[in-house]
Design a protein around this ligand. Sequence first.
Ligand code: NAD
Length: 483
Amino acid sequence: MNTTPLDDIAPLVAAARRAFDEGRTRPMAWRVATLERLRDLLSEREERLLDALAADFGKPRPEAWLTEIGFTISDINHTLANLPGWMKPEKVPTPVAFKPGSSEIVREPVGVVAVIAPWNYPVQLLLLPMVAAIAAGNAVVAKPSELAPATSDELTSLIQELGDAAVAVVEGGVAETTELLAERFDHIIYTGNSRVARIVMRAAAEHLTPVTLELGGKSPAIVSRHANVAVAAKRIAWGKFVNAGQTCIAPDYVLVEKSVHDQLVAGIGDAIREFYGDDPQQSADFARIVNEPHFHRIEKLLHCGTVAHGGVTDADTRYIAPTVLTGITADDPVMDEEIFGPVLPVIAVDNLDEAVRFVQAGSAKGDKPLALYSFSEHDADNETVVNGTTSGGVCVNGTLMHISNPHLPFGGVGESGMGAYHGKFGFDTFSHKRAVHSRSTKLDPALMYPPYTAKKVKVLRKGMVMPDPRDLAAKARNVFRHK
Ligand code: NAD
């Protein structure tokens, strides 16, 4: 992998800032042209990117296209279709006391945005925040993850092909990111783990730079005895084993009501065979673990509980079979931290209240999940689960799909992150909402100006404070009564 010389980083950021200060990135024409070019480059370089993703961790090509390239192209198209509407100043009411005048919210770019991305969906998680930042009229400095080195090189080359100082890229690891974080940005979006998030937030605090942190955690799937168990099993298996479990919103573990435990575990086994055949190691559709430390970390977790399916590993190719563990309790090491691999612990509970308490116990420690999945055919069950817990997002009777809807915000809460993006939410994240109130000079009542006579004060006290809604309601009732 190439790395950006440390001495080049400050000049790259300075050039991006110059481009912003010159006003180059503000016009809609620049935003649209840059996004269109980015989309075209993604299509032109599809094969190269898919090769790089396969080289880094055996990401299956169809899966990589769907979750990385297709996902990003779709987001760009959604952004292009909606950008004129998003950019329009938003008219808001002006209370009578402040008339004649008008008010609006103008979404203006914040300046230079740093985008620091992880390795697990290295294309999508670098480009999607960039798309939102560019759409909002900002200059961008992007930092791909060094843990997906081939993809990092490809992304760097793609961004450099834009040939625009307003969209810069820094390649490298901890040293380069540290150097980058010493610079002043107007917003930093970081996707990755909560340890590094704290480093990012500390660096941002030096410049009072706002941050968006997209982190992870243990996302539960809760299965009621009223669930369509066969469908739940399939959807949980898919959400878990896509990208070999290296997905921030993968169901980390399952809490299932006792009476359907065995049926669910059997169903997940059937789904694994259906998706990947009898020997998933031979399947072209199952990814590998990103590196050796992660391989060994995940392999150790296989000693928890009982292996119901899978359990096979191969260190040479960093293969870990899609695995289901049963007989797990909250005290098992597999429940200590986010698994981030193809290992699914299943915990039997007496009822949904117990499942809710289990999730709440984690949340009480600040460990609020990024995603939560509730499976039941009874609305009341799903309400019990959703209302009793918190999480970045929820998908009822499904996994992962909620993040594909560009009309929903994507972001965490507590340890799973702060802030959100996707679609309009990303545009808003990288925009400053500027309050603009325009006044007419035709009338210039002396009311506001000193000297504050008793008469003026009386009128001000009556006219400047919004009325109590109860008084308004009473007034309306009176009018009605007299009619
Ligand atoms: P990673 O190791 O690739 O790190 C992410 C970024 O942090 C990289 O660009 C890296 O260069 C930088 N970095 C690493 N150490 C640093 C340091 N000391 N100082 C400054 N920068 C540093 O990725 P990761 O953290 O292993 O990613 C996995 C985690 O990310 C999981 O917890 C997962 O749940 C989470 N994640 C969250 C989302 C989301 O959208 N919420 C998406 C994917 C992954």
